[in-house]
Design a protein around this ligand. Structure first.
Ligand SMILES: Nc1ncnc2c1ncn2[C@@H]1O[C@H](COP(=O)(O)OP(=O)(O)OP(=O)(O)O)[C@@H](O)[C@H]1O
Ligand SMILES: O=c1[nH]cc([C@@H]2O[C@H](CO)[C@@H](O)[C@H]2O)c(=O)[nH]1
Length: 297
């Protein structure tokens, strides 16, 4: 029997297919390079980072019964994630994300999470069928939820008793999907993790810094939010007020995944019972280790 998860990660678990070339890429480039396939999707990436911070994440996602899906489930298992509760579909193909990166950074990416969208509420069955929760005894632990789900399903979650006892931690899937989080903003037991740009997209206005973004989100009725802003000040806002803290200055060797490192370390710290101020410091330290390359990827 597998262990019970201590946090649920709900959302995209798919194959990332990434093409990289040392050349500077422009529209229509056709260049030699490397193409790799690795497990990805926002829920998956958060789960892997949470496992690194000592948690035992269980995945709630949609994965096909095709060969790609078998390989993906086995890769998730090898990374220490609990895969027992994943919805496996006979007819939906395993989702994929494809990115092209050149010397000039990410050129473009396409996220094909159509099977997750088509599976809809089926991925949530373990929360009602008694395996992880039921309407009489809803899941009462932490949940990391990603914004790859449709806005309709996110709205259903916002109003569902199955999530009423959970500690909901929410991340947008991409700037283009940030607005999908709107139904979850006012949920009392929800915390959203956004960077300043995503806060601007949600509020449809610009903010000078993370504090202003947190105040803007509060004014829109958001219950609680953590706003990051690269190397600049970060903010933790709630009805109790807005706390800010500065990221330690570090020599930056990589920024991709910094937001995930911040979020996972923050959830792990608050799950351990750290205060708001201490958890913010823990998250900043973890993100600093990440961007300075101290933690292996
Ligand atoms: N240039 C930097 N210098 C110092 N710390 C940084 C820098 N960039 C990121 N960080 C750390 O990482 C945290 C998250 O960074 P950021 O706001 O860029 O998140 P993000 O945009 O969600 O990241 P990504 O999408 O690249 O994972 C910051 O709050 C900070 O602690
Ligand atoms: O719309 C989406 N875009 C990107 C991702 C994932 O984020 C990572 C890249 O930023 C990558 O793992 C991709 O799968 C996703 O799940 N949905």
């Amino acid at each position: 029997m597998t262990a019970r998860p201590d946090i649920l990660c709900i959302g995209a678990v798919l194959w990332d297919i990434v093409g990289r070339s040392p050349a500077h890429l422009t529209m229509g480039s056709d260049v030699p390079g490397r193409i790799t396939r690795l497990p990805g999707g926002v829920a998956m990436n958060i789960a892997v980072t949470l496992a690194r911070f000592g948690m035992r994440p269980g995945l709630l996602a949609a994965i096909g019964r095709d060969a790609e899906g078998e390989a993906l489930v086995s890769a998730c298992g090898s990374l220490g994630l609990i895969t027992d509760h994943i919805y496996r579909s006979d007819d939906l193909p395993t989702d994929r994300y494809m990115a092209v990166e050149g010397a000039n950074g990410l050129v473009a990416a396409i996220a094909d999470a159509h099977s997750l969208e088509a599976a809809g509420a089926k991925i949530l069955r373990p929360l009602s069928d008694g395996s992880l929760g039921s309407s009489a005894r809803p899941w009462n632990g932490p949940v990391a939820l990603d914004g790859n789900l449709t806005q309709a399903l996110l709205a259903e979650i916002a109003g569902s008793g199955l999530f009423a006892a959970a500690d909901l931690r929410i991340a947008p899937a991409s700037p283009g999907k940030a607005e999908r989080l709107l139904p979850l903003l006012p949920v009392a037991n929800a915390t959203i993790y956004v960077n300043r740009e995503e806060a601007e997209l949600i509020c449809q206005r610009t903010f000078g810094d993370a504090r202003a973004a947190a105040e803007g989100l509060l004014a829109r009725g958001t219950a609680r939010m953590l706003v990051t802003d690269g190397g600049r000040s970060t903010a933790d806002g709630s009805v109790d007020g807005v706390l800010t803290a500065e990221p330690p200055p570090v020599l930056v060797t990589r920024v991709t995944g910094a937001g995930d490192a911040f979020m996972a370390a923050h959830i792990a710290a608050e799950t351990r019972g750290e205060s708001r101020a201490d958890a913010l410091q823990s998250a900043l330290e973890a993100a600093a280790h990440h961007v300075s390359g101290d933690i292996g990827s």
